[in-house]
Ligand binder design. Structure first.
Ligand code: F6P
Length: 551
């Protein structure tokens, strides 16, 4: 079990506060000048991915104190508790075992009296058989034609992971399968996907852990109605609808046959579920073998996380860095900047992973905590971001730590595009680190020779870059299923590390409930036309909508 203890009461926290006062005024430029071995010192390799932490505002002492904090917060024991399947998701009374979904060892892992690893393998086998049939054309639609379009209907963890991964691995996609996603309850999402489908050759995957999520059920019913309108007979459903869920009863009630149901377990959190049956759309897109490579990449990161000493453990260091910036520097946001077009959905995926996991303000014993937890995660693919929000990262008033991610080798080596892309990747982290002093700016302007001294001193302050902006550079050799699996698992474990240090529960998401409850009540009001009591704003908006909706 995870203990309840405020990180602010540790010895390390106090030492970190004092240490912060020493590090804060130091410029990264000085740190690099003072220590030519800084890159070697703060660079780590896990499998074929390099993690360069050297452009962060840290010293060896920072790492020492942060790992001391991790020790005092009993992180090593917490890691073991998770891997062993203890019920560390205490507010839901569940184990947290996404790592079991990619555990290919001979270990025994008993959960609720069942051999979890065997159950996982049984479902993987079911997924393999399904994919083989799909890709060989053996799985046929109601008119005897093979399936060529798979539509994943799900939301949150039942959408973002599969969508991000299939986009990231598009280069590995099977040529005979197209993939679409319907997630939003806004009818536009379903309408725009359905209008391009042929019911004879489309297979719908209804992905919902609980099978109670309103958005997913609405989209599933709409798609089923659309299908039946064209196909006629209800018995055709079994050739065109499969479900991924822990709630097999609700799936059956919806009309999906048990043999078309791919199950998983309540010890898999929604935002940690892409490795489970929820990954069926991934396996359908890239083939079962490649899906297994994704799992193996994650397994390699799991082994590193479980065994590497804290000061060399990449997810631990990444989590601790986040504590350093959030709780000592006071940073409120963190940018994720993939320099790889295929990884462009990674920031969106990480928003759910990190913000739904660690956006909490109650400690493990229920007290309101008095320090900051999860920063806002945001970002976009480079180089596009450079032409929109990078201005603020370089010259704005807030400090934004950034993860820059770029593969050494491109999956599309066209002309000189990749060296051009990577020159931007290297240049940005260098510019953010070094900045440009007033003297440098003035000298540069003087060299141009077309400005007076007055003009130079007027213009110079606007061209100064403070620098000293922290970045982490992550370089997989290439974006492959294996390296992607490892990268995602790294972020999952980073999330866990943060939660352990912040003394919060990372695996529940009660914060999404209130909105859901109220939406349920208001939906009834909208459908019945009987308005209940609300504050004046909500009542006014509902009345405005009711008055104008038929106009
Ligand atoms: O947004 C809340 C949430 O419960 C997420 O945690 C989850 O990933 C998503 O809804 C979808 O849930 P389900 O897979 O049960 O439909």
């Amino acid at each position: 079990m995870l203990k309840n203890y405020s990180p602010t009461h540790t010895e390390a926290w106090k030492k970190l506060q004092a240490h912060f006062e020493q590090v804060k005024p130091k410029h990264l430029r000085e740190m690099f000048a003072e220590d030519p071995k800084r890159f070697e010192k703060f660079t780590y390799k896990v499998e074929d991915t390099l993690y360069d932490l050297s452009k962060n505002r840290i010293t060896t002492e920072t790492i020492k104190l942060l790992t001391q904090l991790a020790e005092e917060m009993e992180l090593p024991a917490a890691i073991e508790s998770m891997f062993r399947g203890e019920k560390i998701n205490a507010t839901e009374g569940r184990a947290v075992l996404h790592t079991a979904l990619r555990n290919f060892t001979d270990e025994k892992l008993e959960v609720e009296g069942e051999n979890a690893l065997q159950e996982v393998r049984d479902v993987l086998q079911q997924m393999k058989v399904f994919c083989d049939k799909l890709h060989s054309g053996e799985w046929k639609g109601y008119t005897g034609k093979p399936i060529n379009h798979v539509v994943n209907i799900g939301i949150g963890g039942s959408h973002l992971g599969p969508q991000m991964v299939t986009e990231a691995l598009k280069k590995f996609q099977k040529p005979n399968i197209e993939l679409s996603f319907i997630s939003n309850v806004d009818g536009t999402d379903a309408a725009e996907v359905l209008r391009k489908l042929n019911p004879e050759t489309t297979l719908f995957i209804i992905a919902s852990k609980t099978f109670t999520t309103k958005e997913t059920l609405a989209n599933a019913h709409t798609s089923r109605d659309w299908f039946l309108e064209k196909a006629g007979e209800k018995e055709h459903i079994k050739k065109h609808f499969v479900a991924l869920s822990t709630n097999t009863e609700a799936v059956e009630e919806f009309g999906i046959a048990p043999e078309n149901t791919f199950r998983f377990w309540d010890w898999v959190g929604g935002r940690y579920s892409l490795w489970s049956a929820i990954g069926l759309s991934i396996a359908a897109a890239i083939g079962y073998e490649k899906f297994e490579e994704l799992l193996k990449g994650a397994e390699a990161m799991d082994k590193h996380f479980r065994k590497a000493p804290l000061h060399q453990n990449v997810p631990v260091l990444m989590g601790l860095l986040s504590i350093w910036y959030t709780n000592f520097f006071g940073c409120e946001t963190h940018a994720v900047l993939p320099y790889d077009q295929y990884l462009r959905l990674l920031p969106e995926y990480l928003q759910q992973l990190l913000m739904e996991s660690n956006g909490k303000s109650a400690s493990r014993n229920g007290d309101e905590i008095n320090y900051q937890t999860q920063p806002v995660i945001w970002g976009a693919a480079g180089t596009n971001g450079q032409h929109s929000f990078f201005q603020l990262i370089h010259q704005g008033t807030i400090l934004i730590p950034c993860d820059f991610i770029a593969p050494v080798v491109s999956n599309n080596p066209i002309g000189q595009h990749h060296p051009m892309l990577l020159s931007n990747f290297f240049a940005q982290t260098e510019a953010l680190m070094k900045g440009k002093t007033k003297e440098e700016v003035e000298q540069e302007l003087r060299q141009k020779g077309n400005l007076s001294d007055d003009e130079i001193s007027e213009l110079a302050p606007h061209k100064v870059f403070e620098g000293n902006k922290p970045t982490t550079s992550i370089m997989p050799h290439q974006v492959t299923p294996f390296s992607l699996g490892s990268l995602i698992a790294m972020y999952e474990h980073k999330t866990f590390v943060q939660g352990v240090i912040w003394n919060i529960y990372s695996f529940d998401q009660w914060g999404v409930e209130l909105g859901k409850q109220l939406a349920g009540k208001i939906e009834e009001e909208l459908l019945s036309g009987k308005q209940a009591e609300h504050d004046s704003s909500t009542a006014g908006l509902i009345a405005y909508y009711n008055k104008n909706r038929t106009k």
